[in-house]
Write a new protein. Structure first.
Length: 321
């Protein structure tokens, strides 16, 4: 195990890997492995995944349980292909079928990966963190990612905290960092590479995710929904893509239904004169056009399905396996 690192070491890293061309790689020298990203809600897992992949594939917001699916992000650097699995934050507060489903996703993701990134906020560790930590499989390499290092008033305070974390779990590595800092992200790649098995890549070199454009469209709409409703809207809302068509010109025609549990929630989303719903649609369309590099016609409406978040059949029909 490495010695507990000095948080200042993260500054001594060259420019982003995107600045360096990737030469042809002999298949015999290739490495490829699965890396799970786990932690309690709102520690920055999705932000970290997007930074590692180099493009937004997982949505972010301040609302807990923003990530609800196993999101796979892929990044190939040199001879190494990293397959990152972003998971929902393990939920302790709610017992609905939706939350049981999300927690099962976390557990299943841990069973078949090569290394685990356990993400916490630098300098903090509470009961929700401890619950996730208790789920880490014995004998599987785990890297402690002390995220949001830039939010600490005094960075030197992270060193005694890291020593306490050494006593909590036999972590293979300790990485104080900020997911928004490119140098920190590259340092993490270098630390992770030796943990990838020597085997052929599982995806094309330029692949970024195994998720479809249809799935990404539903996630972008859901992100705008959460960002623009804040704490007004309960977490039990979702987005279902009811139509996704690509025309010969490349234009995408997308119909998205926002599903809520109560009629009152519908009014929160629509807003006065429909202004909030229009803004959700407009912001989602603009981001989708940037992401898909195509013109997008997006239609968004709201429908009520009482009790959907505690109904296994509804969960399956909405894509929560």
């Amino acid at each position: 195990m490495d010695e507990t690192p000095d948080p200042q070491d993260v500054a001594d890293v060259p420019d982003s890997p995107e600045a360096r061309p990737t030469p042809a790689v002999d298949p015999a020298s290739q490495r490829c492995g699965l890396v799970a990203i786990v932690g309690r809600p709102n520690v920055g897992k999705s932000t970290l995944l997007n930074a590692l992949v180099g493009q937004k594939i997982s949505i972010t917001s301040a609302k807990a349980q923003t990530t609800r699916h196993r999101i796979t992000g892929i990044r190939t650097l040199g001879a190494a292909q990293f397959i990152f699995v972003d998971t929902p934050g393990f939920q302790l507060k709610h017992a609905a079928a939706l939350n049981r489903n999300l927690n099962r996703t976390v557990l299943s993701s841990l069973s078949d990966v090569d290394v685990v990134l356990f993400v916490v906020e630098a300098g903090r560790f509470g009961l929700p963190d401890a619950k996730v930590l208790s789920l880490l499989p014995a004998g599987k390499p785990a890297v402690l990612v002390a995220n949001k290092l830039d939010a600490l008033p005094r960075r030197q305070d992270v060193l005694p905290w890291l020593r306490t974390m050494q006593d909590r779990h036999p972590f293979a590595e300790f990485v104080p960092m900020s997911a928004t800092r490119a140098a920190d992200v590259e340092r993490l790649f270098k630390i992770l590479e030796p943990y990838l098995p020597q085997q052929p890549w599982l995806h094309e070199e330029d692949a970024l995710t195994d998720r479809s454009d249809r799935f990404l469209a539903s996630e972008i709409v859901r992100e705008k929904l959460f960002r623009l409703t804040g704490d007004e809207l309960p977490y039990t809302s979702t987005v279902v893509i009811e139509k996704y068509e690509e025309e010969p010109s490349g234009m995408r025609r997308i119909s998205a239904a926002i599903v809520v549990e109560r009629e009152a929630h519908k009014g929160m989303i629509i807003g006065d004169g429909g202004e909030r719903l229009k803004r959700i649609g407009s912001e989602a369309r603009q981001e989708l056009e940037h992401l898909l590099d195509a013109k997008v016609f997006l239609e968004v409406w709201v429908k009520v399905r009482s009790g959907w978040a505690d109904d296994e059949a509804h969960l399956r029909s909405y894509g929560y396996d």
